[in-house]
Design a protein around this ligand. Structure first.
Ligand code: ATR
Length: 283
């Protein structure tokens, strides 16, 4: 049996297996997508496991999107530019890193009819997912990006990267005032992901600005505290489900060479989410 793995920590909450296995079945491909919980101190050994013949490739998620790069044989031009990898493809026995998060972000904005050209955007977080996000925003021609992050040093590193890649974008770090006139606020942190959490990634004591659109990359629960607060403020909200589906669809295309059935992946992901949310509530 050929396998595709998802490396992350924690990953037990992930609905990617339900979504990807449904898509593989739909394409008539007899491969299995499986979770591989990988604590940071086991990343090197787990990546070595991917070199076994049964492995076709992998997805990489929190917190390994940057750390994994040092263990690969090569990276695509795009992943190298972004400095983060969420997809591994095996070519001639070599592990190649790629990034489908940028496509996921851009395609979700297209689906939601949100045009960000010339927009003022706030990005919450400065990890691997934030890197893909600012890259997508830069490519889409935003006017400014304000990066807000718990650890200022990480935010400054991401700001330097953004200025280097997109000299025309105005970049600030931990500038809370940027929330006042932001048109789009994107949560790229993992805050909100833990079941039953009531945590928000917004700076403490700041309520969601009504005129901004809230986009959460966290998809579980579907209605995070961040999105609930935004909705209560009267703002438009975008859940992380579209992002999950689109990045997964492009990953699947990289592994199989075939167009992914995105609509059925959306249905499978929604069903899995509904089932697991019921299980979590009933637990
Ligand atoms: P990924 O590759 O998926 O982006 P990551 O690189 O570990 O994962 O990044 C996680 C992001 O979530 C970081 O911005 C992290 O903030 P720090 O740079 O301060 O670590 C943010 N994050 C995680 N847990 C958080 C928490 N409890 N409160 C605030 N920010 C948090």
């Amino acid at each position: 049996m050929k396998r595709i793995f998802l490396l992350g920590y924690p990953v037990s909450h992930s609905i990617s297996p339900a979504m990807q296995n449904a898509a593989l079945h739909d394409l008539g491909i007899d491969w299995q997508y499986e979770l591989l919980a990988t604590p940071p101190n086991q990343l090197r050994d787990t990546v070595a496991r991917l070199r076994d013949a049964d492995c076709i490739g992998a997805n990489i998620t929190i917190p390994h999107k940057q750390a994994v790069m040092q263990f690969l044989d090569a990276t695509s031009e795009r992943a190298r530019q972004i400095g983060a990898v969420n997809t591994l493809v095996k070519r001639d026995g070599k592990l190649i890193g790629d990034n489908t998060d940028v496509y996921g972000v851009l395609q979700t904005l297209v689906d939601e009819h949100v045009s960000v050209r010339g927009a003022r955007v706030v990005v919450l977080g400065a990890g691997g997912a934030a890197r893909g996000t600012v890259f997508a925003l830069g490519e889409a021609g935003v006017a400014s990006i304000a990066i807000l992050n718990r650890t200022p040093a990480h935010a400054h590193t991401l700001a330097d990267f953004t200025r280097e890649q997109f000299p025309n974008v105005a970049v600030t770090v931990n500038n809370i005032k940027a929330l006042n006139d932001a048109e789009l606020i994107i949560n790229t942190t993992s805050v909100g992901m833990t079941p039953h959490t009531n945590a928000s990634p917004m700076p403490e004591g700041i309520s969601f600005p009504r005129r901004a659109i809230a986009f959460d990359l966290v998809y579980r629960p579907l209605q995070t505290r961040f999105l609930k607060d935004a909705e209560r403020a009267g703002a438009k909200t975008i859940s992380g489900l579209g992002m999950l589906v689109h990045q997964g669809a492009l990953s699947l295309k990289l592994w199989t060479g075939r167009d992914a059935p995105a609509q059925m992946m959306w249905n499978a992901a929604s069903n899995a989410l509904r089932t697991t949310e019921c299980e979590t509530r009933d637990a």
